[in-house]
Unconditional design. Structure first.
Length: 235
């Protein structure tokens, strides 16, 4: 795979005018952009190149953005993605976050705002080098071994590959084991903003972690009503 060291972004947009405009503007702002016009082209690009972020249009023929997002989750779980779409109904936004999106931007969007959002997201999505510099590189959680650097959760002979967001969230919970992590602290630390849609996204990721940790009954992520979450480990 090719990695140039720059912030490399995959733009998936089937609209010729908008795709060209966004591609050229983001290049002008210093990003390395690969612009493709379909979900199948996007998957092919992911197999041959490393990206730090994917921007997905939702309403595309052949394979819509939600379907593409599901395939990314299955085959490229470390790649964070955002939706850029005209579909702004609440149900669509919630579906986007339930699929693991780190942001959901509604068209039409100001190009300068898009750059600001991308810059903030990339600064929060810590690369491996930054994870290695943090105090918690690995630990045990009950019967599990949590490998922060490689974003893996190991239980006996099985290994679950975590997404970047799952790793960040579990790391925060582990660092505050048996203590309350408030909704606000989690959302501001990891998502950068405490709002309704990010809270819904947080609940989805908590559900993912509960499933990943379900093999050990001594581990529990408890919801403290209107306050936050606590990772309880009884051994």
């Amino acid at each position: 795979m090719v990695n140039t060291g720059k912030h490399s972004i995959l733009l998936v947009e089937d609209d010729e005018s908008l795709g060209y405009l966004l591609s050229e503007y983001l290049k002008m702002k210093g990003f390395e952009i690969t612009w493709v016009k379909s979900g199948s082209e996007a998957l092919t690009s992911m197999e041959s190149s490393i990206f730090q972020l994917a921007i997905l249009d939702v309403m595309m023929p052949e394979m819509d953005g939600f379907t593409l997002a599901s395939k990314i989750k299955s085959h490229f779980p470390e790649l964070p993605f955002i939706f850029l779409t005209a579909k702004s109904l609440k149900i669509d936004v919630l579906k986007g976050f339930s699929l693991g999106a780190v942001d959901y931007l509604k068209k039409p969007i100001d190009e300068e705002e898009l750059v600001v959002r991308i810059t903030i997201l990339l600064s929060r999505l810590a690369p491996k080098e930054l994870l290695e510099s943090r105090s918690l590189a690995s630990c045990t959680i009950g019967a599990y071994f949590f490998d922060v650097i490689n974003q893996q959760l190991k239980y006996r002979d099985s290994v679950v590959k975590l997404t970047s967001r799952e790793t960040e969230l579990l790391q925060l919970l582990v660092e505050n084991k048996n203590q309350l992590c408030s909704h606000k602290d989690i959302l501001v630390t990891i998502w950068g903003k405490n709002d309704y849609f990010n809270r819904k996204s947080l609940n989805v990721f908590i559900s993912h972690l509960r499933k990943h940790l379900s093999q050990d009954s001594s581990i529990k992520i408890e919801n403290i009503h209107r306050k936050g979450f606590v990772l309880f480990v009884n051994k």
